[in-house]
Ligand binder design. Structure first.
Ligand code: AP5
Length: 209
């Protein structure tokens, strides 16, 4: 099963992908996570993209496409994948079409007010990447990761200015992909507003249909 998760920042793509990957037994490939892991490891690519991510801008297509090409060539991705956060531009979508066929593109639909609430309340564990929300999915002890006991952090790009920029970048550069994939008959709209369990169940039902 080759799936793409499309949708605005904060719509819940990563949250749902972390469960859907077990159901479909395929890897969850998040370009945001790949970039953050390069930043954490202080690689050359990490240094190149650090300021871009913090501002909420897009990494250049050529860099992103090459990184995804390499990841999709790994053995675990041969049985299928969930691509979360890629493609984000028409150039990336065209490049993906040359690499792999797709079974479906899931479009996570959520209104702007909810997006801002989800992003501003998100907290993450820096070492494991586990995601919480201060209201919707709080840790057992406030500000502390349930598993590692480490202090949770707020992503640089979840600060108010970066959130507004990410939304504007999404509208200009990524939203056109909705029509792109609808035309190809691949798009499945999913209401991302209900609880994660409900969103996951409707996604599985829609994909398996
Ligand atoms: P990336 O990490 O992909 O950011 P994003 O697309 O903006 O997505 P998010 O991770 O912010 O949101 P999400 O939809 O996964 O939501 P989540 O599940 O966490 O990319 C970061 C940056 O990397 C980009 O800005 C760019 O610079 C660069 N980049 C990445 N890909 C690129 C590409 N292809 N090209 C160029 N540059 C690229 O949920 C959000 C919050 O809501 C959490 O707190 C969660 O607990 C909560 N929540 C989730 N679901 C629910 C629910 N159903 N009910 C209540 N709360 C919920």
């Amino acid at each position: 099963m080759n799936l793409v998760f499309l949708g605005p920042p904060g719509a819940g793509k990563g949250t749902i992908a972390s469960e859907a990957k077990n159901h479909f037994d395929i890897p969850h490939i998040s370009t945001g996570d790949l970039f953050r892991s390069h930043i954490k490891g202080e690689t050359e690519l990490g240094q190149q993209v650090k300021a871009i991510l913090a501002a909420g801008d897009l990494v250049p297509d050529s860099v992103t496409i090459e990184m995804v090409k390499q990841r999709l060539a790994e053995s675990d991705a041969q049985k299928g994948f969930i691509l979360d956060g890629f493609p984000r531009t028409v150039v990336q979508a065209d490049a993906l079409a040359e690499m792999k066929g797709l079974d479906a593109v899931i479009n996570f639909v959520l209104d702007r007010e909810q997006i801002v609430k989800r992003l501003s309340g998100r907290r993450v564990c820096k070492s494991t990447g586990k995601t919480y929300h201060i209201m919707y999915n709080p840790p057992k002890v406030e500000g502390i990761d349930d598993e590692t006991g480490e202090a949770l952090i707020q992503r640089d790009d979840d600060k108010p200015e970066a959130i507004l920029n990410r939304l504007s970048v999404y509208e200009k550069q990524t939203e056109p992909l909705i029509a792109y994939y609808r035309e190809k008959g691949l798009l499945i709209d999913i209401d991302a507003a209900p609880s994660p369990d409900v969103v996951l169940a409707s996604l599985i039902k829609a994909v398996e249909k």
